[in-house]
Each structure stands twice: as C-alpha cells, then as structure tokens.
Design a protein around this ligand. Structure first.
Ligand SMILES: *Cc1c(COP(=O)(O)O)cnc(C)c1O
Length: 377
C-alpha cells in the first residue's frame, strides 16, 4: 500500500488529475533485497518497467546494470550515469542500424534468438558478446510472455555455434520465466535447459560462461507473494543442482519486482451508475483506465489493490471501468471488484502496486486524456 511519504506528498501537493507517485526509498530497498537474495548475480534492471530518470539515476548509483530494448532506453541508461559495459541490449528483435548505433555507444552485450539476428550482430557489432534466449512455458506466471521470444534449446545450440563461427563471443543463455511468476520452480526447468545448451556446446569446444535468468520476480498485489529471499534460495538450489560446483556467471533482470510496489496511482471516481434499476452491480468509472496506464488489467491479469476513503464500510461488487470512449476500457468485469457502498462520485482512490508497467503503457492523447503524469519522490 502507499507509504507515508507518498501519502504526505499527495496531501500537501494535491496534484490534479490521475498520477503515479513513486517512492525511491522503496526502489532502494528492493534493490538491496535482490542483492541480498542473489549475491552471486549481477542485477540488470529492466528499464521498460519504469524508465523515470530519477529511478535510473538511483539504480545506477547503487551499482545496478541495465537491460534495455531500444536505442532510446540505452541512451536513458547512459544519461543516468551507467557506463556502456553495464548495459545489455536485451531485445531479440532489433533493426541492424539500431545494433550499429548501440555498438557506437559502446554496447557489447546483445540478446539473440535466431541465426538471422546473429548475422545482424556480427555485421553491425563485430566481436560482441551474445547470449541466446530459450523459450520457457511461462507456466505459473500471471503475465506470461508467450512464444514471441526465444527458441527451443536445440536451436539455441545452432544459434550460438553460428555466432562463434562469425567471430562473436558466444557468451551464454537467457530465459524469462514469465512476469509475475509466483512458482519458485519455474527457474529450475529453465536452468535445466540452459545446462543442456552449455553441455552440448562444451563438447564442441565452445565454452559458455553466463546464464541470464531474466525477470519474473513478483510484486504483491492482492495476494501475498514469496519474498526475494525465497526466490534467491530456490534459484541457488536449482543452479547447484544443474551446474554442480561450476556455477556460471549469472544475471537477473528484475523489472516489476524492482519498482512495482514503489508506486501508487491516485485516481478519482468520475461516475457511479447502473444500467437498469434492478441491476445488482454498480458501474464505477475512474479517471484512469487501460489507456491511461492500467494496460495490465488486460484479461484481468493483474488485479491491483484499491484503497478508498470509505474502507471498512460494507462493500458490494462493482464493474470498474476507465474514462475513455473505447468499450475495451473496462478494468474488472468478469470478476467484479468489491468497493464500499458509500463510495461517491468525486472520491479519490489509491491504486497500489502500480510502479511498474503503467507510465510506459499510457497512451499519448487517446480521447484527449493526458499521458499518466509521474512524480518520483
Ligand atoms: C520485460 C523483461 C524483463 C522484466 O520482467 P519482469 O517480469 O518485469 O521482472 C526482464 N528481461 C527481459 C528480457 C524483459 O523483456
């Protein structure tokens, strides 16, 4: 829920309109928790989760590295004080001219999942380190990543072999177990696949050195999630089981787990109404919806905790919707959201756990609504 600093900021500054407030102290605590939980891993913050310059600067000063997906994100990380050797270009889908630009900026670490992409890297970023992403099933994740990224482990062998033959440094294997992953075993299966790629290539004299274990670390929404330390233990056990005493270098790329619980969105109830006199659910319309930053309510995947000024009063289920004229702009309908019967038009509500994947998902001016404003304190 909202920290005292966020509540004080909202009470004194009274910003107009919907906005996100991020507490940097929480980001710092999350960074330290990851360091403690996985002391042998390097932390590459996934910039896309929240690229606010204040967050990037804080993380850069704490020693974080950065996982980026575009030239713009690389420049943001550099501007925040990270040196190029602390930045990975982790998108497996890159234009060759963007690879060339990244190389010019000093980036030497690239993700691939196909021989076609390897050829671009070999031409535009000669000699760089590459890691190949393998598919995972995403089982157990509340925001799974589908089959868009990665290839089967047997193909990863071919991709990395090809990289070596083109003069690149075949550095390792990556995976992402799916975002908001609450199953601690998810990393175990993926690490087994990674080890298979390591072993197959080792037999050909190609010695991989790194496993990039991706993101997926959850934020607490309505349900409790295991602590970073529990993830650390499960992952260390899985690493040891598969790699024995010869642990590879490892990287983690937390996005949601680094910033999700650091942010709160302040929103206002615009309308409460019914569609018929005998309706038993109220429609509650907020001044923020899917296009204002709450895109992760798609398929009702992420269910945010919502605090109102009337918490403790009797509640009844509501359909919660955004303010735009797109009928897809409904947040929770299949599973209605319980809200106080005393909730009124004009009330302010606080949507917690919104530090990740909100500002970056907000449309620029759909229906004339401003993109989500953010304050980082
Ligand atoms: C989005 C992304 C992440 C961050 O994922 P979270 O589930 O938010 O931790 C990490 N690595 C890559 C390659 C990503 O695309």
């Amino acid at each position: 829920m909202a920290t005292q600093r966020i509540l004080d900021f909202l009470a004194t500054r009274r910003p107009a309109g919907p906005c996100l407030v991020v507490d940097l102290d929480v980001v710092q605590e999350n960074y330290r928790a990851f360091e403690r939980a996985l002391p042998y891993s390097k932390i590459y913050y996934a910039v896309k989760a929240n690229p606010a310059p204040e967050i990037l600067r804080l993380l850069a000063s704490l020693g974080s590295c950065f996982d980026t997906a575009s030239v713009n994100e690389i420049e943001m990380a550099l501007d925040a004080g990270a040196t190029a050797d602390r930045i990975s270009y982790g998108n497996t889908i890159k234009k060759e001219r963007d690879v060339a630009r990244a190389y010019e900026l000093g980036i030497r670490l690239f993700a691939v999942d196909s021989v076609e992409e390897v050829e671009k890297i070999a031409r535009a970023a000669p000699g760089s380190r590459v890691f190949c992403r393998v598919l995972t099933d995403g089982e157990g994740a509340e925001w799974p990543l589908s089959r868009k990224f990665g290839c089967v482990p047997a193909m990863a062998v071919d991709v990395l072999r090809h990289a070596r033959s083109l003069g690149l440094d075949a550095y390792g294997v990556s995976f992402h177990v799916g975002s908001q992953q609450t199953n601690l075993d998810a990393w175990d299966r993926a690490l087994g696949d990674a080890k298979m790629v390591f072993d197959t290539l080792a037999n050909e004299g190609i010695v991989l050195r790194m496993v990039n274990m991706g993101g997926g670390f959850p934020t607490r929404y309505l349900r409790d999630v295991p602590a970073a330390s529990a993830y650390g233990e499960a992952i260390f056990e899985a690493l040891s089981r598969h790699f024995g005493n010869r642990l590879p270098e490892t990287i983690i790329e937390p996005g949601r787990g680094m910033v999700g619980n650091a942010g709160v969105i302040k929103s206002e109830v615009v309308l409460i109404s019914k569609k018929a006199d005998n309706d038993n659910v109220r429609w509650v319309y907020l001044d923020i919806g899917k296009f204002g930053g709450l895109a992760e309510t798609m398929d009702e995947a992420i269910r945010y905790p919502i605090a109102t000024p009337h918490d403790g009063d009797a509640t009844a289920p509501c359909i919660l919707a955004g303010p735009t004229c797109d009928s897809a702009d409904v947040l929770y309908e299949k599973t209605p959201y319980p809200l106080p019967l005393s909730l009124s038009i004009g009330d302010e509500v606080l949507i917690a756990g919104t530090g990740a994947y909100t500002t970056t998902y907000s449309a620029v001016a759909f229906n004339g609504f401003e993109p989500l404003r953010a304050y980082v304190i």
